[in-house]
Structures are given as C-alpha cells and as structure tokens.
Design a protein around this ligand. Structure first.
Ligand SMILES: Nc1nc2c(ncn2[C@@H]2O[C@H](COP(=O)(O)OP(=O)(O)OP(=O)(O)O)[C@@H](O)[C@H]2O)c(=O)[nH]1
Ligand SMILES: O=P(O)(O)OC[C@H]1O[C@@H](n2cnc3c(O)ncnc32)[C@H](O)[C@@H]1O
Ligand SMILES: N[C@@H](CC(=O)O)C(=O)O
Ligand SMILES: [Mg+2]
Length: 442
C-alpha cells in the first residue's frame, strides 16, 4: 500500500484530474485537501467528459471513498449542482464525505472577490471570481463560517446576522454595492445544509482510520506549485497551499503518513490569470499550443496563456514538493511542431541561473535560455507503451527527466483515461525507481 499525493508542478491545469482518476483505480480513498470551486478537474471516460470543481476525481469508481478535506473552501451551491449532475448520470455519490471544519464560501465572498479585482485595476490578480481569497481571508481572520456551523440552524442564523453587518459595511462603503439580507442568505444556506448533511462527518477520523487499516489513499491537489500562497509567484497566486505539504494541513494527517509524491506537468506550460510567465509565447507557436491543447479554463472558460516547458520551474517543483516521480501530460499536443524549445535556465540582470528566484521582481525580469530539440511530427495519441513512441518524443521525455532529475512514471497522450502510458503505477511501484533520470525504464 502507499499513500500518494498528486500535485500540480506548474500553474495548475496540468491534468491532475485525469491522473487522479487513473490512479483511483488502485485507491481506496481519494481526498481533496485545498482550494475550492476555482479548480476545474476534467476527467474523460469512454467519450464522456466530467468537470469536477470540488468533488475528488476518484468519484467515478463506486467503491472509492471520496473526501473533501478541511483545507478546502466549499461553495455549497456549486457543490450541490455538481452532486446533482453526477446523480443524473447514475454515478453513486453516497461515499462522498465532507469535512465539518472546511470553510464555507458565502455570497459576500464572491461579491468582494469580483469587486476587489475591479478596484485593483491593472494590479488585479485575475482570480476566478469564485470568492476563494475572501473565504480564506475570513478563515485567517477567524470570522469564517464552517460546514459544522451550517448544520445548526439556530446558531447559524445568529452567526450570519452579525457577520453580514460587517460585510455589508464593506460592500456598501468600499465597493458601492447593495447590502445583503441576512435572513435571506441564512434561509438559502440552510436549504443547502439539508442536502449536504448526510455527507458531513469528522473526515480527519475517517482518514486516520483508513491509514490504520493500511488502505491506499490518494491526496488530490488542485491548482499548482506556482499558485501556492507561500511558495508560488506571489502575489499572483491562489490563497491556499497546493504543494504536497498542504496535504497534511488540509486533511489532518501527519507527514509520516505520506509515502510518495507524484507531480503532474504538461509537456509545455500554461497559465491562466495575471502574473509573470517567462516562457510565454505570444506568437503562432503559442496559438498552436492553445488550439491543439484546447487551452480554455474549465471553470471560467478564460483563454489560458501558453508557452514552452520551463525546466527551472520543474526543478523547483521537484524540490518544494519532495517529488518522487512525475506524470507528463499532453505530449500529443506537441506532435506537429518541427522544433520544441525547453527552458533550461534563466538570465536575470545579465546573470545565468538555474534556480527559481525568490523575488517576484526578479522573476518578472527572467529571460529564458532555451535548448532546442527536434519535433517528431507524428501522431502519438494511440501510443500505449514507451516503445510505441517516436524516438524524438522519447528523447524529449528523457531530456525533461534529466533536466529535473526526476523519473517519469506516467505519460499522457490524450484526455481519455486509456490514452496513457503507465511506466509504473506510483501506488504499487518502488519509491523513486520508475524511470531513471537518464530516461531508462527500470
Ligand atoms: N490533449 C490532451 N489533453 C489532456 C491530456 N491530459 C489531460 N488533458 C486535458 O487537459 C485539460 C487539463 O485541464 P484540467 O482538467 O483543468 O486540469 P487539472 O490539473 O485537473 O485542473 P486544476 O485543478 O484546475 O488545476 C483537460 O481538458 C483534460 O481533459 C493529454 O494528455 N492530452
Ligand atoms: O484562486 P483564485 O483566487 O480564484 O485565483 C488566483 C489565481 O489562481 C488561478 N487559478 C485558480 N484556480 C486555478 C485552477 O484551478 N487552475 C489554474 N489556475 C487557477 C487564477 O487564474 C488566478 O491567477
Ligand atoms: N480552473 C480553471 C481556472 C479557470 O477556469 O479560469 C481552469 O481550468 O483553467
Ligand atoms: Mg483546471
């Protein structure tokens, strides 16, 4: 057995949904540990597409327990819509559990998110507008509303009444928005509470029980390393900790429980929202990546910015997450390029570095130094083993593994569950022994 954390090694949307679904086949429990409905995890099975925002990507396996952990922020309306969509498709949702201590996104969080972005103007972050930052702000400020609060009607009404007084001051005086009616908000949310009640438990105990019984647990990250509040490209980050360390805080397990960390990265890079992006391509190659990769936000539909693979970021993600192995997704998107560039180092103020800069100002000045590799100009979508891959594609993967000093355990060649090469299943395979850094399968 192994307890595995699946994290994004770039700016999110690396395909964690697909990889988590794939690994869920061998998992007994899948836990989301941070983020909220800003996330959009896409899972494609037999031509059917599932877009999951909060529900863990293991939900398509009826025997797998799916847990929304305490580190997430929950918009109950969106969660219920998601549940209803699954129910309509006859996907069982009875094994979904929701943490009593997760925080709840309220209507004022969404309004404040949108209004503050507008006020920031050119300094905006480019958030998803889903109220994520303001929900986590209230958690830190100790005025947040938790799932357990929602379960007690009388005290919930009281809590909403006094909380909204302060929020209405902000809405009216700071943002010139109409105030909210506390009774109306409380009544709406108490309706959601009844729908969610059967799923709400002490998830920390559930997870610990699974650990004690030596079950396989997958911890599913949302967003990515560079969107991490502490270790990402601050201030252009989300308000939670998507890195592997976040799995402990966001579920209530100790670090010794984690056996392995698998990082997911695209074979190129994307970013949605504002902030520096050294390898961004604002040319025909960038357009080609966007078109071939269908790079539009799963949540907001925004166009994702596209660029070449950034090895400096990759190495950083390996370090920050203690990564054992990697899944490289969307290799098929590169199929038609004559040449492919990989950023191997940055030049900052005339100096070459392979280290990710700690300063946001320095990061904004980074000029990528590229290594050019030949393309393979061949369709890889139907390859099912490393041997099936064109030599140039395998060489590309070996180059990435070598550059980041991490083995590649999974290669994804299309959105569908079956369009995958599993060099070794990280749940069953040996720790750090899947594809050696020189690319040789072991
Ligand atoms: N062509 C191609 N598409 C893929 C592959 N793997 C995943 N996808 C698609 O790429 C997109 C990945 O984006 P998301 O589903 O938003 O990724 P995510 O990491 O789960 O999302 P966040 O938690 O929101 O960061 C989805 O549309 C997937 O269906 C692949 O190997 N090839
Ligand atoms: O998390 P919020 O505050 O809505 O946005 C901040 C920042 O993070 C980007 N982002 C948030 N969720 C995702 C996601 O699931 N994939 C990719 N990027 C995400 C958002 O675009 C902002 O740049
Ligand atoms: N989660 C998102 C972010 C967005 O939709 O803007 C995505 O899939 O891109
Ligand atoms: Mg996404």
């Amino acid at each position: 057995m192994a307890n595995v954390v699946v994290i994004g090694a770039q700016w999110g949307d690396e395909g964690k949904g697909k990889i988590t679904d794939l690994l869920s086949k061998s998992a007994d429990v899948v836990v989301r540990y941070q983020g909220g409905v800003n996330a959009g995890h896409t899972v494609v099975v037999k031509g059917q597409t599932f877009k999951l925002h909060l529900i863990p990507s293991g939900i398509l396996y009826p025997e797998t327990k799916c847990i929304i952990g305490c580190g997430t922020v929950i918009d109950p309306k969106v969660l219920i819509e998601e549940l209803d969509r699954l129910v309509a498709l006859n996907i069982p949702t009875d094994k979904l559990l929701i943490s009593q201590t997760a925080h709840v996104t309220m209507p004022y969080h969404r309004s404040i998110d949108l209004a503050s972005e507008e006020v920031r103007g050119t300094h905006k972050i480019g958030t998803t507008g889903r109220g994520i930052g303001p929900t986590y702000m209230d958690k830190s400020d100790r005025v947040g509303i938790r799932v357990q609060d929602l379960m007690d009607a009388e005290s919930f009404r009281e809590q909403v009444a006094w909380t909204i007084v302060q929020k209405n001051e902000i809405l009216e005086k700071l943002y010139n928005l109409p105030p909210l009616d506390p009774e109306q908000v409380a009544t709406e949310y108490l309706g959601y509470a009844e729908r969610l009640r059967p799923h709400v438990v002490n998830t920390s105990v559930e997870i610990y029980e699974a650990v004690r019984r030596r079950r396989n647990i997958l911890f599913e990250g949302a967003q990515g390393t560079l969107l991490d509040l502490d270790h990402g490209t601050y201030p252009y980050v989300t308000s939670s900790n998507p890195i592997a360390g976040g799995a402990c805080i966001g579920t209530g397990i100790g670090p010794t429980t984690i056996d392995r960390v698998i990082g997911v990265a695209k074979a190129y890079t994307t970013r949605v929202g504002e902030g520096p992006f050294p390898t961004e391509l604002e040319d025909a190659s960038g357009d080609m990546l966007g078109e071939r990769g269908a790079e539009f936000g799963t949540t907001t539909g925004r166009k994702r910015r596209c660029g070449w693979f950034d090895g400096v970021i990759g190495r950083y993600a390996v370090r920050i997450n203690g990564m054992d192995c990697m899944a490289i997704t969307k290799l098929d998107v590169l199929d038609e390029f004559d040449e492919i560039q990989v950023c191997v180092a940055y030049e900052i103020n005339g100096e070459r570095t392979t280290d990710f800069p700690n300063s946001g100002r320095d990061f904004a000045k980074c000029v990528p130094i590229y290594k050019t590799l030949p393309g393979w100009k061949q369709n890889t979508a139907d390859c099912r083993s490393l041997e099936d891959l064109p030599k140039a594609a395998l060489d590309y993967l070996k180059f990435l593994a070598d550059l980041m000093e991490v083995p590649i355990s999974i290669v994804s060649l299309g959105p569908s569950r079956d369009q995958t090469i599993i060099v070794e299943d990280p749940i069953h395979g040996p720790k750090r022994g899947l594809l050696s850094a020189d690319g040789t399968p072991v």
